[in-house]
Design a protein around this ligand. Structure first.
Ligand SMILES: [Mg+2]
Length: 486
């Protein structure tokens, strides 16, 4: 059997994927893009994972000191590899889980605290099914009546803290309301941002927290040298962005940008017409004058996209905007305003390196072969064949777990459940024209490059896997022989 897998992957045929590539969902001609827009956090500035530990520790202290949660919670440390982005949290049940594009919970990825929830209990909780109905799902921006989707990169420490506190209460048999816990952890993490603690840590040690600064400088300069206009729309405050950009790009960073908008309050910025722009002076102080023009070299706070479009004329597909948050940065632009969008997905780098391993390639190929054999040979109903089929079903499940666990032992890949796209993945395809692990991937492409998405076959367009095998390296008599060889 194993020999068969090796025969299916002749040496040299598998081109390794490159994490420095840009991937396209939709055709984009960079030649047509005149204006490049950027989000700041996790788009222009990538942060080290140390930031997550700091957010976790501080929110944990707030929970104990201000919200009077048990002291024992202080013994729990941050687990960097526990959660992945895009997970859903059932607020009432206190379950963290991965959901696919069809609203089905991926079995084996449901956690109460740090303990996996048995499949039978998952079925029981969701009315005998793995399906989460639309009215209980998260809404357009990831929030819902009983489900919340964690889409922010900053939410990794939040998910871990939630899981630890759930774990503490469960293992100590303390009765608690998961709804209160969710709200308190969410408020504790939010106050780390709102009170400016996170900004202070980063500002005090930019070298330690900000990654790839040189590459950000190179990307922006290259665009300017090719006659492109640049703008920045961020939710972060001026002083914070100013310090980070001076660190990455230099003290004259603002000369590169036609417009800089801080504390924009995205996603409201894209939908709420009521908030006018305010000007900031050179020191970051708010001015009270009415804004009738948006001028290069000046700084603005808040505002809204409708005024932005009216005052700049930068509408439609000549604008490409990059952001890391699929909902807050990209969804409205794609669905309502017709700008082209680029998603920054840092997880791509690690996931592609796993896809490139021999262990994953062989595991996945063998999984495909077994699935194809099962599809074709399920028609054999004699006892001997059924026994073989059952063994293959068991082996298939083992392979599914093995290939999932290579990405993350709890939740697997952010892009796939066992074979479906995840809820995250479907949003990524819907809201981004192109996606990449880092803005620095742009350095690998000329500014006249066209991204052509690969034409992947729809189900009715694809030849059946087994038909390919039958007409290719295997013959039907061999398959039959395999079933009856025992
Ligand atoms: Mg961001």
């Amino acid at each position: 059997m194993k020999k068969l897998v090796h025969e299916l992957i002749p040496p040299g045929i598998c081109n390794l994927l490159n994490p420095a590539n840009i991937y396209s969902n939709n055709e984009v001609k960079l030649e047509d893009i005149e204006i490049y827009g950027f989000d700041y956090d996790y788009t222009l500035a990538q942060y080290s994972n140390l930031l997550h530990t700091m957010i976790f520790n501080t929110a944990r202290e707030i929970l104990v000191n201000q919200y009077k949660y048990p002291e024992g919670i202080k013994n729990y440390e941050y687990q960097p590899n526990f959660a992945i982005r895009g997970l859903h949290y059932d607020v009432k049940k206190g379950f963290l889980m991965k959901i696919d594009a069809f609203h089905y919970v991926q079995l084996g990825t449901v956690y109460r605290g740090f303990s996996p929830v048995p499949d039978e209990e998952v079925f029981q909780m969701y009315e005998g099914t793995q399906h989460v109905p639309l009215h209980r799902m998260s809404d357009f921006y990831g929030k819902g009546p009983s489900m919340k989707q964690f889409m922010d990169i900053f939410s990794l420490p939040e998910m871990t803290l939630l899981s630890w506190v759930n774990d503490y209460f469960n293992t100590h048999n303390i009765e608690y309301d998961p709804v209160h816990l969710f709200r308190d952890v969410s408020d504790a993490v939010t106050s780390v941002h709102v009170k400016g603690m996170m900004y202070n840590w980063i500002e005090k040690d930019l070298e330690k927290y900000i990654l790839h600064g040189d590459e950000t400088y190179a990307v922006l300069n290259r665009l300017i040298n090719n006659g492109k206009k640049l703008f920045l729309i961020t939710n972060s405050p001026f002083n914070f962005v100013d310090k980070g950009m001076k660190h990455m790009v230099g003290k004259d960073w603002r000369d590169l940008f036609d417009l800089v908008i801080v504390q924009a309050d995205k996603p409201g910025f894209f939908t709420d017409k009521r908030k006018p722009f305010r000007r900031l002076d050179a020191t970051g102080m708010l001015q009270w004058d009415k804004i009738n023009t948006l001028e290069k070299g000046k700084m603005y706070k808040q505002g809204n996209l409708f005024d932005f479009l009216r005052l700049t004329g930068w509408g439609g597909s000549k604008v490409l905007y990059f952001g890391d948050h699929l909902y807050s940065d990209l969804a409205d632009l794609m669905l309502r305003h017709g700008w082209r969008t680029g998603a920054i997905v840092p997880e791509l780098e690690a996931e592609i390196s796993i896809i490139n391993t021999e262990q994953f390639t062989h595991g996945l190929t063998w999984l495909q072969v077994l699935t194809g054999l099962l599809e074709r040979l399920q028609v054999y109903r004699d006892a001997e064949s059924k026994q073989v089929l059952n063994e293959w079903i068991k082996e298939r499940h083992e392979l599914m777990s093995l290939t999932k666990n290579l990405f993350n032992p709890q939740f697997g890949s952010i892009f796939r459940t066992y074979h479906n796209p995840t809820y995250f993945s479907r949003r990524l395809c819907r809201f981004s024209d192109i996606y990449m692990s880092s803005i620095s991937c742009l350095l690998n492409y000329d500014t006249t490059y066209t991204f052509y998405p690969r034409r992947t076959p729809l189900q009715h367009e694809a030849p059946l896997w087994m038909d390919q095998l039958c007409t290719g390296c295997m013959k039907t008599p061999f398959l039959e022989e395999m079933v009856h060889m025992r």
